[in-house]
Design a protein around this ligand. Structure first.
Ligand code: PLP
Length: 959
């Protein structure tokens, strides 16, 4: 065997970054710069440039990083988990794991804002909505929320909007709501001035009793867990009637597996159901990510938080899916939005939906009965040995009475390889699940010193009024794919309809659709990371905690901040956490009255929505004609609101894609007025290694690990939105009632269900930093800036670039201004976006931050060939627009307006002023690589008027 020389440095950096060295030289020439250094010197204001290189360890090769991760993994101990509390063992069907979770066609897709190229995941999400709606019995389900606890908090605000009681009405939570949900809801309630009462609601049967519990005030909403955290199944009819009688709404936090056997919440009067879909095939992952769910009765759907998939029709009248009722959402409604949710949990919702497709209603019921049988068997052997349990009726969870012995029993269980939950000194609880084996039952019985349980048939042990009678999941999709062959083909058929990064570039501005490397993804399915319960003891989770603390440290070094919390499971949640920290800081300084949040007009919609959630009032600061924050207007606003100023939220570089050189002055002005500076760090891909928000004036930022740090977008989630702060805000970071190490004791409370949020995907970002090292990360940033400037330089003469810095340079993205073209020709941004599909591209970001524009962010991962392919497509489209401008083609019958063209549309009668070949294979499209849109342009308004949010009958697709 010949000796193979090892490269001097790991080659991952060159694999992550698209353009090779000679490409960089060629691109610099087009941009008109002599070197990368001169480009950066001119693009980035010198006052913010970091003096030193990033002090990170040197990059390692892919095999070496996998070894390091194996080492971390080996320092976790995976015991059998019976901790429960919303997190259960589950068998991810292998066909789902490999073909969804490990399949880039699913995990590298973006949020389906371009529905014509997202029909596959939209169908999967519609299946998800159908599962939730069928099992809860409520008319309309959304396409996922961030986790169960935040879903409870979202239900709180939905109930407040939906009830007509007095302004000072309170929220009442049953004492057996999951403890983390109670805590998250409290965190959310405080800034809104909502009072939360926690009480045992078992016996409440009239409005007066409920009022009395609420300190003789109106109640706007009630939340119960079904079954309760202690395992008890209770009949909530009396409570629901009492709540409705007093004008309150009722939310059930319900377990979907239990609902296959339990009366659906809608049937006993719940208006809203929320929960997690984790145990539908999504590993516990030390807390997440998992899809939370929400469903509502009819009448509440138009104020529901989060995304909702609906059915509409395309230009040929064929049924087609798209996101419905978007006017509720933060990107449209901003401070009036129903919630701040943007990134949700699409990939996990898709997995959960496919678990239901795979098992069907019979399989799900079988799993539920088997689970119940194990719980009953365990209860019987406990009772036989004289150990009492607290609930007569239960599904999968028992609370055992062990006076003074809770610690000893927990310890004995651990010795037998099982984690159970210590409720208090006298009680422990334990939950069984799909994965619990006879040996596990034996082990836990031994820990109690009782006889081995014998399994029964799983017949429900609760009264008939609480047993499900109606059918569910009757739609054919939940019956059609019982064989693995059929399932495999269904998954393939859906992903074939979608455009993800595995097909070509997704140049979405503000979204940073860069490479999600395979090595980065590898470890997330390892059992040592995937099968940890979020409340597992610290001594069993050493490896993952080490990884978390490494990543926190690196993010501090990269951003220049002093502390980081990884708990927020999306950027929006990081914003909320950061603003809570600001408020707590003001409060500690005796300045709790500071309640104004200044937000530039160009800000992302989440900013305004988060500010409102944090109890702040939004005041908009104007944009100067150059695209910068208008400092004169800022001074005016500071004069008006200085005394009440809490913070400014600015994005840097700005959403206009420019490094504003006024940023340091802006920070000083706000600080002088007594306000804090929140730097939205979603655009950190333009800063890593070059500038640090914690150094140039920011007090707090959130980062988006699903943008800059390579966590895939998953078609609209998961995400991780760490919040990073300077030292004075560190005491006010999130913490968690079930984990002392999750944050400071002085913190603002939990903002996610799990102590470390979506912990199981943190190895992705960890691996990215290890594979790149400080130098590699810096080179990535430099290349991202070069690529954006290259695209701007090539397209400028065809489409005006809206904003640029003093030297005509942009940051890591650029805005192409189509407003003049639209005015002159009638060709809209929509036309261009849809025509790009025919050329084989995902559109850039449409009409954000400026209506009538397209924002392009190429990222460092796209190579020069792909950048050129995109530029040439845009130039060719400009030519097609010219034909309209010249009067050669009417816009209404142009190739632009009819785009995208499906194969079906090309094989029908043809009466257009362009040929079929021009429609399907315009300049540069390689017929062998052609992406075919499955539907024509979709009519969104039609779908909103005729709202259908669960699987349509198969007849709808006939003809
Ligand atoms: C993406 C983005 C956000 C929101 O992040 P999510 O993870 O989607 O909640 C906030 N601000 C800006 C500028 C963004 O681009």
């Amino acid at each position: 065997m010949s000796h193979v020389p090892q490269p001097q440095h790991p080659d991952f950096v060159a694999r992550h970054i698209g353009p090779a060295d000679d490409d960089v030289a060629a691109m610099l020439k087009v941009v008109g710069q002599s070197s990368l250094e001169s480009l950066l010197d001119q693009a980035i204001p010198s006052v913010i440039r970091a003096g030193a290189a990033l002090g990170l360890e040197a990059a390692e090769s892919e095999p070496a990083v996998i070894r390091e991760l194996r080492d971390k993994a080996s320092r976790n101990t995976v015991l059998t988990s019976m901790i429960g509390l919303g997190y259960y063992g589950t068998h991810t069907p292998a066909v789902v794991r490999r073909n969804i979770l490990e399949n880039p066609a699913w995990y590298t897709a973006y949020t389906p804002y371009q529905p014509e190229i997202s029909q596959g995941r939209l169908e999967a999400l519609l299946n998800f909505q159908t599962v939730v709606s069928d099992l809860t019995g409520l008319a309309t389900a959304g396409a996922s929320l961030l986790d169960e606890s935040t879903a409870v908090a979202e239900a709180m605000t939905l109930m407040r909007r939906g009830s007509k009681v007095a302004k000072d009405a309170v929220l009442v939570l049953d004492a057996q709501l999951m403890p983390q949900s109670i805590a998250v809801t409290r965190t959310r309630a405080v800034p809104l001035g909502i009072e939360v009462v926690v009480a045992d609601l078992t016996t409440v049967s009239d409005a007066a009793a409920l009022r009395a519990l609420a300190g003789d005030r109106d109640v706007f909403g009630v939340v119960v867990q079904y079954p309760g955290a202690d395992g008890s199944i209770r009949d909530w009819r009396g409570l629901a009637d009492a709540a409705h009688e007093g004008g309150a709404l009722v939310t059930a936090a319900a377990d979907l597996l239990a609902l296959t056997m339990l009366t659906p919440p809608a049937e006993w009067g719940a208006d809203i159901a929320v929960g997690t879909t984790q145990r539908f095939g999504v590993p516990m992952g030390f807390g997440g990510p998992h899809a939370g769910y929400m469903s509502v009765r009819s009448g509440l759907e138009r104020t529901m938080p989060g995304r909702l998939v609906g059915v509409s029709v395309d230009a040929d009248g064929a049924p087609a899916y798209r996101l419905a009722l978007q006017t509720r959402e933060q990107h449209i409604r901003r401070e009036k939005a129903t919630s701040n949710i943007c990134t949700a949990q699409v990939l996990l919702a898709v997995m959960a939906s496919m678990y239901a497709v795979w098992h069907g209603p019979d399989g799900l019921t079988r799993i539920a009965r088997a689970t119940h049988a194990k719980a009953v068997a365990l209860a019987d052997s406990l009772h036989a040995a004289g150990v009492e349990t607290t609930a007569d009726h239960f599904f999968d969870t028992l609370t055992a009475v062990v006076p003074g012995r809770a610690d000893a029993v927990v310890e004995a269980a651990v010795a037998h390889g099982v984690n159970i939950f210590r409720v208090d000194a006298d009680h422990v609880s334990l939950s069984v699940d799909e994965t619990t084996t006879a040996e596990d039952l034996h082990a836990v019985a031994s820990a109690f010193g009782v006889n081995i349980p014998t399994l029964g048939d799983g017949e429900p042990n609760w009264p008939t009024v609480l047993r499900r009678t109606g059918e569910f999941l009757t739609h054919p999709v939940f019956h059609a794919h019982r064989s693995e062959t059929s399932m495999l083909r269904y998954l393939r058929a859906l992903s074939d309809r979608d455009y993800a990064l595995d097909r070509g570039m997704i140049p979405l501005g503000s979204c940073t659709m860069k490479l999600n490397a395979t090595t980065e993804m590898e470890s997330i399915t390892w059992p040592e990371f995937a099968n940890l319960h979020p409340f597992a003891p610290a001594d069993q989770t050493v490896g993952i905690r080490e990884l978390i603390s490494d990543l926190e440290g690196w993010l501090c070094k990269i951003t220049g901040y002093d502390s980081v919390s990884l708990q927020p499971n999306a950027g929006s949640q990081g914003e909320f956490a950061g603003l809570l920290a600001i408020h707590a800081y003001h409060q500690a300084n005796g300045e709790a009255h500071r309640n104004i949040c200044l937000i530039p007009a160009s800000a992302h919609g989440t900013n305004a929505a988060s500010a409102v959630m944090a109890g702040l009032k939004v005041v908009v600061v104007k944009t100067a004609p150059t695209g910068e924050v208008d400092l004169e207007d800022l001074k005016q606003k500071l004069k008006e609101h200085g005394e009440s100023l809490a913070a400014i939220m600015v994005t840097y570089p700005s959403t206009h894609g420019v490094f504003e050189d006024t940023i340091t002055e802006l920070c000083s002005l706000v600080h002088e007025a007594g306000g804090q500076v929140y730097v939205d760090g979603a655009n950190l891909n333009a800063l890593v290694g070059l500038a640090q928000p914690g150094e140039f004036g920011g007090d707090v930022s959130h980062l988006n690990l699903h943008k800059t740090f390579c966590i895939p977008h998953g078609g609209g989630g998961p995400g991780v939105g760490p919040v990073a702060v300077r030292a004075h805000l560190a005491p006010y970071l999130p913490n968690h009632p079930l984990s002392d190490e999750a944050g400071p004791a002085t913190g603002v409370g939990p903002i996610s269900a799990a102590p470390f949020g979506s912990a199981s995907i943190l190895p992705i970002s960890w691996a990215y930093v290890r594979l790149m090292g400080g130098a590699g990360l810096t080179e990535a940033t430099q290349t991202a800036i070069l690529s954006a400037n290259y695209v701007a330089a090539r397209l400028r003469e065809h489409f005006p670039v809206l904003y640029a810095g003093e030297n005509g340079l942009v940051a890591h993205e650029c805005i192409l201004d189509l407003r003049g073209i639209t005015k002159d020709t009638g060709v809209t941004v929509d036309d261009v976006a849809k025509r790009l599909i025919d050329y084989g591209f995902h559109a850039p970001t449409m009409s954000f931050p400026v209506a009538g524009t397209l924002m392009v962010e190429p990222t460092e991962s796209e190579d020069l060939h792909e950048l050129d392919r995109f530029c040439e497509a845009m130039i060719a489209i400009r030519g097609e627009i010219q034909a309209v401008a010249d009067g050669a083609v009417p816009v209404a019958d142009s190739v632009l307006r009819h785009a995208p063209h499906t194969a079906v549309s090309l094989t029908q009668d043809w009466d257009h002023p362009y040929t079929r070949a021009e429609a399907a294979y315009p300049a540069g499209v390689d017929p062998l690589r052609k992406y075919w849109a499955p539907v024509r342009r979709i009519d969104g308004a039609f779908g909103d008027r005729n709202l259908i949010c669960s699987c349509p009958s198969p007849e709808a697709f006939e003809d």
